[in-house]
Design a protein around this ligand. Structure first.
Ligand SMILES: Nc1ncnc2c1ncn2[C@@H]1O[C@H](COP(=O)(O)OP(=O)(O)OP(=O)(O)O)[C@@H](O)[C@H]1O
Ligand SMILES: [Mg+2]
Length: 239
């Protein structure tokens, strides 16, 4: 079964075709990477899946059900390119904040969080190897540490599908591998489906099942990740 699929999606903004007859699918439990030149429409595709951008036409399916209902929206976790963490707050508070939609407002105002949420926060900080950073403010962290906080903040929502935009873009290869190793382990444990965009062929080969090549607003190719090298990708980016 596909966790997510799109069929013949079009998006036109100001007479410009941003997405054009786009079809794609992400099998449940898989990790799929979208690669493609700047401006191809990768971020827009994620935003359509999240319901942040409404396509001009076409269909979306989540676990075989048509359309983006309130229920299916709850299954989705988003890690935006800029992460959206609060710099002045601690790692603990940032992870906890991911669960704001899981609780009434008075709890966040009074800081009286339910025990299961506190337990989840500690357990995720442990899994993502950021427990030792619990009280440190985000602004003091390295790029790789921030990524792990952003992942924890998304996981606390218990999503079934995570959409991650340029997850490793700001990291050097070693830091990217560290983040992806930890994330892949948790992904398997929590049976999460992952759709991510980035520009690194090595990360794509190591940490995804398939790579979708996106150009000019549509998916041009679907390649098994083990066939991805810098050369195959380089060729595809040529004009
Ligand atoms: N709200 C919008 N209004 C007008 N044009 C938009 C809007 N959002 C995106 N676009 C255009 O759609 C195209 C695709 O943008 P998008 O951000 O999806 O590309 P991308 O593949 O994520 O690129 P990058 O690799 O640089 O992140 C771009 O030409 C962009 O200018
Ligand atoms: Mg983008």
């Amino acid at each position: 079964m596909d966790a997510l699929s799109m069929n013949a999606v079009h998006l036109t903004i100001n007479n410009r075709k941003i997405l054009s007859n786009l079809s794609m699918n992400v099998p449940q439990g898989d990790a799929v990477t979208i690669m493609g030149p700047n401006g191809a429409g990768k971020t827009t595709l994620l935003k359509v899946a999240l319901g942040l951008v409404k396509p001009t036409s076409g269909e979306l399916y989540f676990f075989g059900k048509k359309g983006l209902s309130k229920e299916s929206q709850k299954l989705l976790g988003y890690i935006p390119q800029n992460l959206g963490l609060v710099n002045e707050l601690s790692v603990y508070s940032n992870v906890m904040m991911g669960a704001l939609r899981r609780m009434p407002r008075w709890r966040s105002i009074t800081g009286m969080y339910p025990k299961d949420l506190v337990d989840d926060t500690y357990s995720l900080m442990y899994d993502l190897k950021i427990s030792h950073l619990k009280d440190i403010k985000i602004k003091k962290l390295s790029g790789g540490e921030k990524q792990r906080v952003a992942i924890a903040r998304t996981l606390i929502q218990k999503p079934l599908i995570i959409l991650a935009d340029e997850m490793t873009a700001s990291l050097d290869f070693k830091a990217a591998v560290t983040v992806m190793e930890i994330f892949s382990e948790i992904k398997k444990k929590m049976k999460i489906t992952l759709l991510m965009t980035h520009h690194n062929p090595d990360i794509a080969r190591l940490y995804s099942d398939n790579v979708l090549i996106m150009m000019n607003g549509r998916i041009e190719k679907n390649i098994p990740a083990n066939e991805i090298t810098a050369d195959t990708i380089g060729g595809l980016y040529e004009p």
